[in-house]
Design a protein around this ligand. Structure first.
Ligand SMILES: *Cc1c(COP(=O)(O)O)cnc(C)c1O
Length: 395
């Protein structure tokens, strides 16, 4: 099997599994317990917190462990919104291409009387800082812009956005779930006040993540109870997952440059190969994108059928059209960058990891055109396009 769906989740590394094993087995104490069994767990908790903090460039006391990226996004946004509201600020700026963990949280706040401005991501999938400056108001409580997009891989000008927010005194949150462990991040250099990350996107375990919140940030609890995470996130800590996450992040960071170079080469070869298929278009800027992300649209076919046929040929990939989530709506990201519905439906995302090989890339480059031709031959839309009864949209 060739796995190219690493933006959905990654395989756990051996390092992460090994780091977790003792805490699943013999070291099972509760870190809040005063006895030695508890203290062993507490030591692992502190060591993991320090590892994550060092990699992000912050203090261990600014790290809050959560159940994953979604929870971290929710807590960051809700905290800033409620803090702003107490000061009479009820306006939030974000982008049209955020993950649903952000967009749906904003929708809920909108129903509660907040005003949301979504910045345009343009055809290249990148927001413009001038448009952010124009959108900022006296009552802006938060700016939240993702570091890198999970569908089209585009990387936003985070440092510049952070600098603008800092100058205006507006809290800045970034959903960095796709970026951490893949590109170099430093919360101080990048002027970030709050950041979300998730372990299962960098070969760590599922169900664990981090909210970084700069010292002085006022957080609101989503989960009340015990005093864990300095009173900001109740519940007995998931020590095995936390230890696995720290180990995976350390490993990813140590190999970041080498992995990025390997991925970029495979990515560019894959893009070159796929764009040879007629009436195919690349989604997202060609350069400002994650090293492992390829996302293309093929005119005249349905992404769902493409995925099933690729799966039958041993390739696990993904499509922007969310048929798996029970709806046939095309991706909100592809629509936001201006792809018409019928084009957005024919999308294919291949998200690579350093575990992929150049041989696998060649197999994909050989297989995808065959499957696309097969589907186009049975596609009424493609037929109309061929006969000139419809205009080609992709030239
Ligand atoms: C995966 C992902 C999330 C959600 O993270 P979970 O840990 O699965 O909750 C949020 N944002 C982005 C950009 C993601 O890719």
């Amino acid at each position: 099997m060739i796995y190219t769906d690493n933006a959905a989740t990654t395989r756990m590394s051996k390092t992460a599994i090994d780091a977790m094993t003792p805490y699943l087995d013999t070291i099972y104490g509760n870190p809040s317990s005063l006895h030695s069994a508890g203290q062993e767990a507490a030591e692992a908790l502190l060591a993991s917190r320090k590892t994550v903090a060092e990699i992000l460039g912050c203090n261990a006391s600014e790290i809050y462990f959560t159940s994953g990226g979604s929870e971290a996004d929710n807590q960051a946004i809700v905290s800033a919104a409620l803090y702003g509201e107490r000061k009479g600020k009820k306006h939030i700026i974000s982008t049209a291409i955020e993950h649903h963990a952000v967009l749906h949280t904003l929708k809920r706040l909108e129903k509660q009387g907040f005003e949301i401005t979504l910045l345009d991501a343009h055809e290249d999938g990148i927001v413009r800082t001038e448009e952010l400056i124009d959108a900022i108001r006296a009552d802006t409580a938060l700016v939240t812009v993702m570091y890198a997009n999970n569908e089209i891989g585009t990387i936003q000008p985070i440092k510049e956005i952070g600098a603008i927010c800092r100058e205006k005194g507006i809290p800045f949150h970034t959903d960095a779930v796709q970026a951490v462990g893949h590109i170099d991040i430093d919360v101080n250099r990048d002027n970030i006040d709050m950041l979300s990350l998730s372990a299962h996107k960098f070969h760590g375990p599922k169900g664990i993540g981090v909210l970084y919140a700069k010292k002085g940030t006022v957080l609101t609890n989503l989960i009340d109870g015990g005093a864990q995470e300095r009173g900001k996130r109740a519940g007995t800590e998931n020590i095995p997952a936390i230890a696995g996450m720290a180990a995976a992040l350390k490993e990813a960071t140590e190999h970041l440059d080498k992995n990025a170079a390997k991925l970029t080469e495979m990515r560019d070869r894959l893009i070159e190969g796929l764009l040879k298929i007629p009436h195919t278009i690349l989604n997202g800027d060609v350069a400002k994108r994650l090293p492992g992300n390829v996302n293309v649209c093929f005119e005249g076919i349905e992404g769902e059928s493409l995925l099933l046929l690729l799966d039958a040929k041993g390739i696990c990939a993904s499509s922007g059209s969310a048929c798996t989530s029970g709806s046939l709506d095309p991706s909100h990201v592809l629509l936001a960058i201006g792809r018409p519905h019928e084009i957005a439906h024919g999308s294919l995302r291949l998200s690579l990891s350093e575990e992929n090989t150049p041989e696998e890339i060649e197999y994909i480059i050989k297989t995808v055109p065959e499957v696309v031709s097969y589907l186009r031959n049975m596609s009424p839309v493609w037929n109309d396009l061929q006969k000139g009864e419809k205009n080609y949209v992709i030239q």
